[in-house]
Design a protein around this ligand. Structure first.
Ligand code: SF4
Length: 82
């Protein structure tokens, strides 16, 4: 999360271009504070922190339609490809 307190916050672990193709470069080792933020609708509910972050970067909030139905109902849905 280094870099997230800057005037224009951007975590040094963030790879790629927001709104185009971006991902966490340390996803498997990301800090607990990052693990606690759910993407909106991944688990069937809104995430105010996710919505706030997306809006701060000029991105639309996620909707249930942004997620694919799981093949296995025991698994969470997957994000659709852009
Ligand atoms: S999830 Fe990864 S890229 Fe996002 S703030 Fe946490 S460490 Fe940085």
């Amino acid at each position: 999360m280094r870099g997230t307190n800057a005037a224009q916050p951007r975590c040094v672990a963030l790879q790629g271009t927001l709104g185009v193709a971006a991902h966490c470069g340390i996803y498997a080792r990301r800090p607990s504070v990052c693990r606690e933020v759910e993407p909106s609708w991944e688990f069937g509910r809104i995430s105010p922190q996710c919505d706030k972050a997306r809006l701060a970067h000029g991105l639309p909030v996620l909707t249930p339609q942004d997620w694919l139905e799981p093949y296995d109902t025991d698994e969470p849905p997957l994000p659709q490809a852009a």
